[in-house]
Design a protein around this ligand. Sequence first.
Ligand code: HEC
Length: 317
Amino acid sequence: MPATLRGAARVLPRFRRRRDPRRARGARHALSPRLFPTPLWALALATGLAPRGALANSSAPPDGMTGAPGEGTCHACHGSFPLNSGDGLFTIAGPELFAPGHTYTITVTISDPGQSRWGFEITPLDQGACAVTDPAHTQLSSSGGRSYVKQTSAGTFPGSPGPVSWSFDWTAPVPSPPEVMFYAAGNAANGNGLTSGDYIYTAAFAAALDAADVHGATSPGAPLALLGAPNPAPGSVRIRFELPDAGHARLDVLDASGRIVARLVDAFAAAGRHELLWSGAGEGQRPLPGGIYFCRLSAGSRTFTRPVVLLRAGGGL
Ligand code: HEC
């Protein structure tokens, strides 16, 4: 969204809430003289960005707004406040581990004190198949090779104080990559029938192919297992791993470019289950920026990698 428009959106004093100090900080920079009447810029964006010329609205937001790589978010039009700056919660719940071809329920939940109408859009990044199980409140669409689940008109639950949840089925692909990322954006709206005064959130969820399916065929003994929870993590990540045999184990955290940013374990470890809490800090105990990281467990001749999403307050991804 162009900076001028975001600036304009931020100065609408009617919608500014000061409960959160982060938002109050943002408001200091909000003295922009470029104040557009909201319906005008909303309409300009709606006509400029909507794919295939369709006018986006509450009964079916446009595809490609989940915040996944290469996508925008609902904030492109619902831009009154900075992304992820509200006091609400937006989460994706699904299988931490999945088996190829199996079907799982995915649930998206949003809440925000004071808001009264709701929306979302989610995509499993280029993997698996989505099916609608609650056609009154959710619908499916696809474009650019991606499929999207989003709310219907009734699925905005007008007047509901929240929290609101939507569920659908996802069938894991066969064969399957080691992990599948889900990306979603949510709208905690104020129910005014416009794009103003709405808080937009983003979330990501990593589902990992069950370790038994990764290593079961080739490795003797019990498989290595590695789980990061909660995932995405608000600040810190609990990491569990299981070793089939005692021996030297190394657990590293890598950033998206493959660079090691933290070494959590580099020692002899007993066979069985281990658990530790990673604070989200890198070298020198400095907190790492929010984003997607990979935990890599190496033991014996085997390695297992698992994505973890580190969320930072107010920053989202
Ligand atoms: C291209 C612009 C555009 C984008 C992108 C967009 N919307 Fe909207 N949205 C609108 C417009 C215009 C309205 C008002 C008209 C209406 O209600 O249909 C609206 C209204 C809504 C409302 C009702 C708001 C209220 O306060 O009553 C919800 C809920 C909603 N959108 C959800 C979403 C979600 C979820 C996304 C992202 C996945 C999204 N929208 C992305 C243009 C957009």
